[in-house]
Design a protein around this ligand. Structure first.
Ligand SMILES: Cc1cc2nc3c(=O)[nH]c(=O)nc-3n(C[C@H](O)[C@H](O)[C@H](O)COP(=O)(O)OP(=O)(O)OC[C@H]3O[C@@H](n4cnc5c(N)ncnc54)[C@H](O)[C@@H]3O)c2cc1C
Length: 402
């Protein structure tokens, strides 16, 4: 069921990408690098991208926020047309995108990569206004700095309460990395304080490695799984309390990570299903609901692929290659790729998990036996080096921080 090749018809295929995060920016750049004849436009409202990876280190006072900021110059330099607007509508039938300024962009194929949004209807008491008192800091930027300031302002002897949602959500390991690094900050700067983590889950990825580290380093961290009464049931901003199945906790600082869904534009485009996320085909990442739209990154439900920057980057390269083939009327090849996740539990102590993914029975699954996890003492800057060497090990392109 391949479309007629646009290239053969002499047209210059128009690919619009919405969202300039790890997924969208990578897809736009690789589309252009794969086939310079493609007319690629990247729609992203912000001229500067604020990255989530390493933002937990900003919260713990280990890293400057400026290190999280990235511009789009290199992507524009590769020939991608940058449009700094918000996409406000998508017409999948007419194949057009409407922008905040009223302009319409026509496309032959659309790549949607808007990331995830908090669900403000899921945890009673936690609405958009509540984020000003109880930051989620699950989108990096002002929220990250707010949580940092609140921790700094808290008296020694205070209680920090973290709320963690059920799966699926953006980068679950990052929530346990955050718990570790907040515990590190309290231990080193406010030793009479404690951290209570209320979790809607009973198990999580790299659990044994995290728990070993907590036992060794952080007696001030109490993790309460759902089955021990940790399941969060609501918050009250006025009294700064968080309720769980069994108890109510008074917080001096509350970090509430709410349940999430695909970014709003994915819903408007009709690509999100009842779960709030976007089901996609495994080889092309094309939406299972709206033809001609490919969904990448956190917004997609792509089998076993985790919602991480690393996986978003890998999937975007595969999707770019597939889209370049589809517009030529060719058949994309089934992908094989890797995800690696690094988490710091202290400045010199990191843990990691890696797995290889492939397509099997129309779904992306983990290659049996390929998943490995490890812990290591390391230098803080070493994590970027290990990321690069892992990429090399699996034969992947270097991740370019620009
Ligand atoms: C604290 C924390 C730590 C993390 N650490 C790691 C880590 O160490 N390693 C790792 O691999 N992953 C990590 N992650 C996960 C990673 O940040 C996400 O998986 C990744 O950002 C997903 O990329 P994305 O492109 O789908 O979404 P995003 O990076 O959120 O980008 C989405 C982009 O779309 C734009 N957008 C949204 N709506 C529109 C619209 N309507 N019009 C135009 N543009 C729009 C937004 O402005 C944004 O720039 C972490 C996450 C958190 C919260």
């Amino acid at each position: 069921m391949l479309p007629r090749p646009l290239v053969a018809q002499g047209a210059q295929p128009r690919i619009v990408v919405i969202g300039g995060g790890f997924a969208g920016a990578t897809a736009a750049r690789f589309l252009k690098l794969t086939d310079p004849r493609l007319n690629v436009t990247l729609v992203e409202p912000n001229p500067i991208y604020t990255a989530c990876p390493f933002s937990n280190e900003v919260i713990a006072g280990l890293r400057d926020m400026r290190a999280q900021l990235f511009r789009y110059d290199r992507i524009a330099g590769d020939g991608v047309v940058m449009v700094h607007q918000t996409a406000t509508g998508v017409d999948g039938q007419a194949r057009s995108v409407t922008l905040g300024n009223g302009t319409k962009l026509n496309y032959d194929r659309l790549v949607l990569a808007p990331g995830s949004d908090p669900r403000f209807d899921a945890l009673p008491g936690y609405d958009e206004a509540a984020t000003e008192r109880m930051p989620h800091a699950w989108k990096a930027g002002a929220q990250t700095l707010l949580l940092r300031r609140q921790l700094e302002a808290m008296d020694d002897g205070g209680t920090v309460v973290m709320v963690l949602p059920a799966l699926p959500y953006r980068c679950p390991p990052a929530s346990y990395e955050r718990a570790s690094l907040i515990a590190y900050y309290l231990k080193t700067k406010k030793p009479r304080s404690k951290l209570v983590v209320l979790d809607a889950k009973d198990t999580f990825s790299m659990q044994r490695l995290f728990e070993n580290a907590w036992k060794e380093l952080y007696p001030n961290l109490e993790w309460m799984p759902a089955s021990s009464g940790g399941n969060p049931t609501g918050v009250d901003v006025a009294t700064m309390t968080v309720s769980s199945d069994f108890d109510t906790y008074k917080a001096d600082v509350a970090n509430v990570i709410p349940p999430q869904k695909a970014g709003r534009i994915a819903e408007l485009a009709g690509t999100a299903d009842r779960t709030g996320w976007c089901p996609v085909e495994p080889v092309t990442f094309e939406s299972r609901l709206v033809p001609g739209i490919h969904v990448l990154g956190d917004a997609a439900i792509a089998g076993a692929i985790p919602k991480s920057a690393f996986a978003s980057n890998a999937a975007a390269k595969i999707c770019a290659a597939a889209v370049a083939k589809l517009v030529r009327g060719e058949m994309p090849a089934a992908p094989k790729f890797v995800n690696t996740c690094y988490s710091l539990v202290a400045p010199d102590y990191g843990i990691s998990i890696a797995a290889v993914y492939h397509v099997e029975n129309d779904a992306i699954t983990i290659v049996p036996g390929s998943q490995t996890s490890a812990s290591a003492l390391m230098s803080f800057s070493g994590s970027a080096d290990s990321l690069r060497s892992t990429n090399r090990m699996f034969g992947l392109a270097e991740t370019d921080s620009d």
